[in-house]
Design a protein around this ligand. Structure first.
Ligand SMILES: Nc1ncnc2c1ncn2[C@@H]1O[C@H](COP(=O)(O)OP(=O)(O)OP(=O)(O)O)[C@@H](O)[C@H]1O
Length: 250
């Protein structure tokens, strides 16, 4: 489903050039959920944005579902395959656009018909009833806003969902609801996930495999199951596990 090979991503020009990602390689199978973990600034979001076709300055190879990503991708076919959900659902929803408008416009942009029925179906899929359809972002809780953002991503009927810290702006009980929703949606829609998180407990709950990043490089790729068994081989991964007491208990 996804191949990332020898990915380098940089920002700016010498002497201020930042090498955000260096020589990153991994593959994600159809239907798999893959986590990217690591400390702040280690390059996790940058990898996601490069896969999403949102960055120009990179080299290497990114192939999504047989489509080669080249610099920025803005075409409809690509967005039908890949969608992204961001950390802050308030920032990613236009404050003056109702839920109905957000979803209808996305569906129309994808060239879909039967908009009314599809909007209702999307709201049902993310557990929001009819009463939410004509609300505005300020009339929704953080968790409800993130459900709308997920519904908007699903509107394009993507095969790959890129999730950038999708629950870190939410409080713990709402976080669990959204994680469970995303687990159910993956099974129902046969989705593939790549998910960025600084939280090993979240990745342990959601993912099959993960890559551990440090200073722009992937230091280890492993199964979540092996992480749970304490089979991390890199010292850095072990220190992450120790720092994440919640995960060890999970
Ligand atoms: N547009 C940009 N211009 C310049 N530098 C950038 C830009 N975006 C990211 N960076 C730098 O690239 C590096 C990787 O950033 P990135 O956001 O990918 O890290 P991250 O692991 O996702 O961090 P966090 O967990 O804090 O979100 C950082 O040093 C960051 O400052």
């Amino acid at each position: 489903m996804l191949t990332v090979e020898g990915l380098d991503v940089w920002f700016g020009y010498p002497p201020d050039r930042v090498d955000a990602v260096q020589d990153a390689s991994f593959t994600v199978a159809q239907g798999e959920s893959f986590g990217l973990v690591g400390e702040s600034g280690s390059g996790k979001s940058t990898i996601l944005r490069a896969i999403a076709g949102l960055i120009d300055t990179w080299s290497g190879r990114i192939v999504v579902d047989d489509q080669q990503v080249e610099g920025r991708r803005r075409d409809r076919a690509f967005h039908k395959t890949v969608q992204m959900v961001f950390q802050d659902p308030y920032a990613s929803l236009h404050p003056r656009h109702s839920v109905d408008r957000v979803l209808s416009e996305t569906l129309k942009l994808q060239g879909m018909d039967d908009i009314d029925r599809r909007v209702q179906r999307l709201l049902d899929d993310v557990g929001l009833g009819r009463g939410f359809r004509f609300r505005y972002p300020h009339q929704l809780s953080g968790g409800q806003r993130q459900r709308v953002a997920i519904a908007r991503a699903l509107a394009a009927e993507p095969r790959l969902l890129l999730l950038d810290e999708p629950t870190s702006a939410l409080d713990v009980s709402v976080q669990a609801e959204i994680l469970n929703l995303m687990t159910d949606l993956r099974a129902e829609h046969g989705l593939t996930y790549v998910m960025v998180s600084h939280d090993l407990a979240v990745v342990g709950h959601m993912c099959d495999r993960l890559a551990v990043m440090q200073g722009g490089r992937i230091v280890e790729v492993m199964k979540v199951e092996d992480l749970r068994q304490g089979a991390a081989s890199e010292a850095y991964t072990k220190s992450l596990i120790e720092a994440s007491a919640g995960y060890v208990r999970a």
